[in-house]
Design a protein around this ligand. Structure first.
Ligand code: ATP
Ligand code: MG
Length: 211
């Protein structure tokens, strides 16, 4: 099984997440995409973040109906703060799985701030989707040279010394972010068509993000 893992805060999940997973599944021949909401995110302002229970439920609602999508609560049930390295260690244990961590180029840029980030590339391959504002080349050029030196150039990918791949994806992310959605909600403006309808009604019914 080729499994794509999409980690994130999903605060809230939006069409950008769904569309990037949908396109990545097809572009990279994955069998499924697993959405993994993070618990207290290590490098985000916690004031603005909806409770885990809400983010998990919204992600479940967003993924409902797509047979290739799955939601895992593994990071929410593990003790303590969630770290991608722990999650990948868990998934990498199953020898039947080939793991591809899917992330936006903005997140690749931030990777040096993640716990044990050098180890991440020994555990899984990475698929990097362009996000408006940040492309793969920019993010790659900014990574520490100690990390870049661990890769050799292949045909359309970079191969890590562990043999896992770092793959610049042809998939282009939509210009949608959770930050923008939270800001619209705070201003009392519409978020229709930026998130699935089931997520929008959940936010309104539960008065999330100050609405
Ligand atoms: P926030 O604005 O709160 O940071 P976000 O929209 O970036 O939210 P996250 O939950 O932080 O959403 O993102 C999870 C993962 O999905 C990250 O790897 C991020 O780069 C990627 N991602 C999110 N939205 C997009 C998008 N529109 N295009 C491409 N990648 C995206
Ligand atoms: Mg983000």
């Amino acid at each position: 099984m080729k499994i794509g893992i999409l980690g994130g805060t999903f605060n809230p999940p939006h069409m950008g997440h769904l569309r990037l997973a949908e396109e990545a599944v097809f572009a990279h021949g994955l069998d499924r995409a697993v959405f993994i909401p993070a618990s207290v995110p290590p490098h985000k302002d916690t004031k603005e973040i909806a409770g885990s229970r809400h983010r998990l439920e919204m992600t479940r609602r967003a993924c409902r109906g797509n047979p290739c999508f799955e939601v895992s609560d593994v990071e929410l049930t593990l003790e303590g703060t969630s770290y991608t390295v722990k999650t990948l260690q868990l998934f990498a244990k199953d020898p039947d799985n080939e793991i591809f961590f899917i992330l936006g180029a903005d997140s690749l840029r931030e990777i040096p701030t993640w716990r044990d980030y050098e180890e991440l590339f020994s555990l899984s391959s990475f698929i990097v989707v362009n996000r408006p504002g940040t492309d793969f080349e920019t993010a790659w050029a900014e990574l520490p040279s100690s990390l870049r030196l661990r890769f050799r150039q292949g045909d359309g990918f970079l191969a890590h010394s562990s043999s896992h791949l770092l793959i610049p994806s042809p998939v282009k992310g939509l210009d949608i972010s959770s930050t923008r959605i939270r800001s619209l909600l705070r201003q009392g403006l519409s978020i229709r068509y930026l998130v699935p309808e089931s997520v929008r009604t959940y936010i309104l019914e539960n008065h999330l993000y100050g609405c």
